[in-house]
Every structure is written in C-alpha cells, then in structure tokens.
Design a binder for this molecule. Structure first.
Ligand code: GLU
Length: 456
C-alpha cells in the first residue's frame, strides 16, 4: 500500500433492495475496521437509485443491523437525495465533451429517444487491488456506455463515482462483483478529475456446495440471527474470518483484536465458504463468555410461558440448570427446542413416565430394581438438605453402586428423577432437585414399580 498522509475515508454503500445479510455485514465490517483502526472516517451511503426495488423497510433493517453490531458511521447519505450533485457533474461532462446526448432508436413506442453516453477513450485501464495485485481491462468493449437516462437521472456507475469523489473516499473496499465495474468507474473518475482511490475487492461467500449462498443454505438475514439468539460478537467474528485472516491460527477475535490485526493485504483472493456449524461454534464460545446473569436472562427470554413461571417461582433450580442448558445449545433460540422436547420441564415438575423406563437394559427385574431404590433412599436419608450436593450424593451412593452394579443402581435412580432416557447424571439431578424432591421422586418410582408387580 502506498503511504498517504491524508485522512482515510471508507464507505459502505448498500442498496436497500434486501435485508442486511451475512455477506453485506462483512461488506460493512471490513471498511469500518479499516477506517476505525486508522482514525479515519466511515461513511454510510444508501444507494437507492433503483426506486422500484428500494424500500424504506430494507433501509431500516440495514440500519438496525449495523446498530446491533456497533458498526457506527460518521456520515450518512441517500443517493435519492443527491440529484443536484449528479446533475452538476453530468453538466460538466457534457460541457467539456466527455459525455454527449445520444439519439436512440426507440425500441418501443413511448420509449425515451435520448440518453447520455460517455465518450469512451477506449484504452487499457490498469488498477492495483490491495488483495489481488494489478488488474487490467481493455475498456474498448464497453463502447460509449450510458451514464444517465437524462440530466436528472444518473445511472449507477456515475452516481457511485460522483459520490466517492464528493465524499472524499480514499479506500474502496467492496465485494468482488465490483471488479468488473472498476474500469468503467476509473474512466469516469478521470473525466471528472477525481483522484483514484485505493481498491480492495473481497472474495465471494459461497454455500458449502459451492453454489451461490442463499437462505436455502441456512444463511439468514442478520436480524433473523439476532432473533434466533446469536450474539453479535460471534457473528462479527465469524464473518470477519470469511475472506480474511490475521495470519495466525487465532480464531477467537474480539473487536479490539480485529482493529489491531486487520489489514487489506490479508484479504483472501479465493472464495470463502459458508459453514453454519462453524458459526454455531463461534456462538457457543461467546455464549460461554457471557456473565452468568446475562446468560440467565437470555435463556429465560426463550422459555415458553409455562416454564417462565416455573423459573420465576423456583430461581434456585433455574439458576442451577443454566449451565446445563448452556452446555446443550449453540444459540439461545435452541432453548425453545429443548423446552419443546421436554428437556427442561422435569427439573420443575415431577415427570410422568412409563414404569418400564425405570428398568436398566441389563436387568429388567422389577423386585431387584425396587430393592436398589429402597437402598438408595435409605442412604440418601442420611444426608441433610443443606449438604445435598453432587459430591455428597455421589460419595454416599458410590460404594453401593459399585458393588451392586452401577447401571443396575444408577439407571433407575436417574430415570426416577428425570423420567427420561437421557438427562444429566443422577448426582447432578439430585443436587438440583434437592433432598425433598429427590426422595419424593424415588418414592413415586417405587410406587410405579409396585403397580406393575401387583398386576402380574
Ligand atoms: N450499491 C452496491 C451494492 O449494493 C455497492 C456499490 C459499491 O460498493 O461500489 O452492491
């Protein structure tokens, strides 16, 4: 990169024709990082010249997303409000003969018969891309391209070049679909007498099957990720590494790390590949870092109403299951799924289940199973409610379970406490439930076994 003493100005120039998605988040992030790490300026420019496809709702979604990520900007523009500025430049180009009004043969009745074309000097344009090196294009094939439908209606390329010039953009950092636009834009810059900014094009993000990334591959808009309980730090970290790396193996990067380590030269040429499992991995790492109270609140927010009231009425149990839930999910939205699958309710309410479930697969004998539970109750009664901890319960039962067979003793105990084939181990369950509920659930299990035995 050539050294310049000027202030660095970068921009994010989204078209409000869709929501802020993973790709556009990255398109915002890289220039933001670059501006902030150089004490420069970051401009947000809404490119809403396509009046038919642009909507205020999409613009709002983009702004909301950026705010959620803490991507702040110093200046804000909408192209739709800058007609006078484009007009001034089109006038100048017409006046000096680098653009001209061209009479067109209307293809349909009522179609405009004049457009404004750029007089192409037809030459080879070479520009340096910070990530890819020199790129050359022969512009001859572009012909005298149209830059405006009329003096009041600039087309895309002209608007971009005028804006980058007027806004003093020093570094254009954008998606690689911008590469083929660059020669045309450079010709226009030269005609306007604008300085050439530095260019960096970031690689595409492909789906795992190497096709274009879309919703079908689980790539959602960023506000949807927010609603699914993903953390902004995780999403930012994940997208930062799609097309860039710090040159080390370090994957967990805080905002400060990124601001320190980001460089344009380390932006990759090859396409990045989307990987939802990797995103989940990042999210889990950041979930684990959350302060307990925050994690608790986020889990609570995703509980169905019935469980919310259990959790508020029994905060002791709720606080004890927070780490268990955190262990199970990779986004807070998955708490809903855990709840639907009945993986949370049994901590608060004695479970309903079929007595057969109490029998361990290698010993389905009812009497023997019942005897183990009788013994377990006797042993547990020796621990006071205050001392009913994982360690105490384990120490108390371990000798007996080792002699009688761990599966034979601990399976029925665990099932009596949870009513489920899968759950945390019985020592953990016992501490969470507490002495009274633990003993009650074992008694209930014994009653269930009694019913089976009587039936026989
Ligand atoms: N508005 C363009 C887009 O959303 C980006 C233009 C640019 O970065 O030069 O694709």
């Amino acid at each position: 990169m050539s050294f310049t003493a000027e202030k660095i100005v970068t921009r994010f120039a989204p078209s409000p024709t869709g929501v802020l998605h993973i790709g556009s988040l990255r398109t915002a992030l890289y220039p933001w990082l670059y501006a902030r790490q150089h004490n420069g300026k970051f401009v947000l420019r809404i490119e809403d010249t396509d009046r038919e496809r642009s909507t205020p709702a999409f613009e709002e979604n983009i702004l909301e997303g950026l705010k959620w990520f803490g991507i702040d900007y110093d200046e804000f523009y909408r192209q739709s409000e800058r007609g006078e500025i484009y007009k001034k430049h089109i006038d100048a180009l017409l006046a000096d003969g680098t653009a001209y009004v061209s009479k067109e043969e209307p293809k349909e009745i009522g179609e405009r018969s004049e457009v404004i074309r750029f007089k192409n000097p037809n030459r080879v344009v070479t520009f340096y891309d910070e990530a890819r090196g020199d790129i050359s294009f022969d512009t001859t094939e572009l012909g005298d391209f149209v830059i405006a439908k009329d003096i009041n209606t600039p087309l895309y390329h002209l608007a971009v070049v005028v804006d980058d010039f007027e806004m003093g953009i020093t570094h254009i950092i954008r998606g690689d679909d911008g590469i083929s636009n660059t020669p045309r834009q450079i010709l226009l810059q030269e005609a306007l007498g604008a300085p050439r900014p530095s260019y960096t094009h970031m690689p595409m993000i492909l789906a795992p099957d190497k096709t274009k990334l879309s919703k079908r591959h689980g790539a959602l808009g960023v506000t949807e990720y927010r609603d699914e309980g993903y953390l902004p730090e995780a999403l930012i970290n994940f997208v930062a590494l799609m097309g860039w790396n710090p040159g080390t193996e370090q994957e967990l990067l805080s905002r400060e790390d990124m601001l320190r380590l980001f460089t344009l030269e380390k932006i990759q040429k090859g396409a990045a590949v989307w990987n939802i499992d990797k995103l989940k991995w990042f999210n889990k790492q950041y979930m684990k870092k959350l302060p307990f109270v925050e994690a608790k609140e986020k889990i609570f927010a995703y509980l169905p109403e019935s469980l919310k009231s259990f959790a508020s009425n029994n905060t002791r149990v709720f606080e004890k299951i927070v780490p268990i839930i955190l262990d199970h999910v990779s986004a807070f939205g998955e708490v809903k799924i855990m709840a639907e699958n009945g993986e949370i309710e049994y901590f608060f309410e004695d479970p309903e289940y079929n007595a057969e479930g109490l029998f361990w697969k290698n010993d389905k004998n009812a009497e023997r199973t019942r005897n183990h539970l009788v013994k377990v109750v006797k042993l547990l009664q020796g621990i006071s409610a205050d001392d009913f901890t994982v360690e105490a319960v384990k120490n108390t039962l371990w000798k007996y379970a080792s002699l009688a067979g761990k599966g034979n003793v601990l399976w029925p105990l665990r099932f009596a406490l949870s009513g489920r084939d899968k759950s945390p181990d019985p020592f953990i369950l016992a501490e969470i439930l507490g002495r009274e509920v633990t003993l009650r659930r074992i008694e209930k299990a014994m009653e269930r076994i009694d019913k089976i035995v009587r039936r026989k």
